[in-house]
Design a protein around this ligand. Structure first.
Ligand code: GLU
Length: 301
């Protein structure tokens, strides 16, 4: 892994940091970390693996698993499970499909999932529930939300407001859009490092059980389904290219993180803030491509 890290260092400048969230634009392009946790609990790291970054859309994977635990398959009444082939924040597609989001990983779908989590809660309780879930999965109580990132997105997230209001007009979300987005922006602003993130995803590599805590997080069939969704929808309109190059389920975030799952074997988190045109980490994807190739990791054996 150290070899892969060293090999890709000179590509870090090729990506572009997400600047539509002003606070994310301050992150240096040179940051680059990798962490792999195996199902036996072995940890291997390289570079800035212990440095916090904004997990952004990777949070959508965990809110989905949390909401499925609470609402079961009823959750699929409000959000579809099809790859989008469109930008993560596309409004056109939502209008075309009468306010029903394509999948839980595009922004509209994730906002609808967050709306479900908000049921029966005040926004601050829902934020607390999501944060506790992340701490539980990572077995690490030091995980926090970066208030500057949350605020930055609150002030500039006009497209997300448009998506939420649009869904509200179709009755797809139940709560006040401002309340739902308050929770959504905070979940995206959770700050974690590659080690914590790889640990949090391990249950997906282990049939829904976390070997770290010994807890069952989701059922085996649900873990498989979440992995399928990651494979098909985890990289927005770059999902096909990611599947082609890496061959593993993965979820990216505009903070430059990617969580990838090697079913039965390991969980990998990589962070490099420079993004490609689809908003996915450029070096992060290249890292996973090389790592998967060298380790012969693929779901398509
Ligand atoms: N918080 C970001 C947004 O809603 C998440 C996008 C992403 O990471 O892809 O725009």
């Amino acid at each position: 892994m150290l070899e892969v890290h060293a090999e890709l260092l000179d590509r870090l400048e090729l990506g572009k940091v997400a600047d539509y969230i002003p606070q994310l634009a301050t992150v240096p392009l040179q940051k680059y970390g990798i962490a792999v946790v195996t199902r036996e609990g072995e940890l291997v790291t390289a570079g800035d693996a212990a440095e916090d970054f904004s997990i952004q859309s990777i949070s959508k994977l965990f809110t989905l698993s949390l909401a499925l635990g609470r609402f079961g398959d009823r959750l699929w009444d409000r959000v579809d499970r099809e790859p989008s082939g469109n930008a993560f924040n596309s409004i056109v597609q939502l209008e075309h499909e009468n306010g029903r989001p394509r999948n839980p990983f595009v922004n509209a779908g994730a906002i609808a999932v967050t709306d479900a989590i908000l049921s029966g809660h005040l926004p601050k309780e829902a934020i607390g529930e999501i944060l506790s879930y992340m701490r539980f999965l990572a077995s690490d109580d030091s995980i926090v939300i970066d208030p500057l990132v949350a605020r930055s997105e609150q002030l500039t997230g006009h497209r997300n407001f448009a998506l939420a209001h649009f869904m509200k007009s179709y009755g797809v979300i139940d709560h006040d859009p401002a309340m739902v987005l308050g929770v959504y922006f905070h979940q995206c602003a959770i700050a974690m490092n590659c080690i914590q993130l790889a640990r949090s995803g391990l249950f997906l590599a282990c049939d829904g059980c976390s070997p770290l805590t010994g807890d069952r997080v989701v059922s085996t069939s649900r873990a498989r389904r979440i992995n399928s969704l990651m494979m098909m929808c985890g990289h927005y309109d770059g999902a096909g290219d990611f599947a082609f190059r890496v061959g593993l389920p993965g979820k990216s975030g505009v903070g430059g993180g990617i969580l990838a799952i090697v079913p039965g074997k390991a969980s990998i988190a990589v962070w490099s803030p420079g993004l490609d045109i689809n908003g996915n980490s450029l070096v992060g994807t290249a890292t996973l491509e090389l790592l998967a190739k060298r380790m012969s990791w693929s779901v398509f054996h």
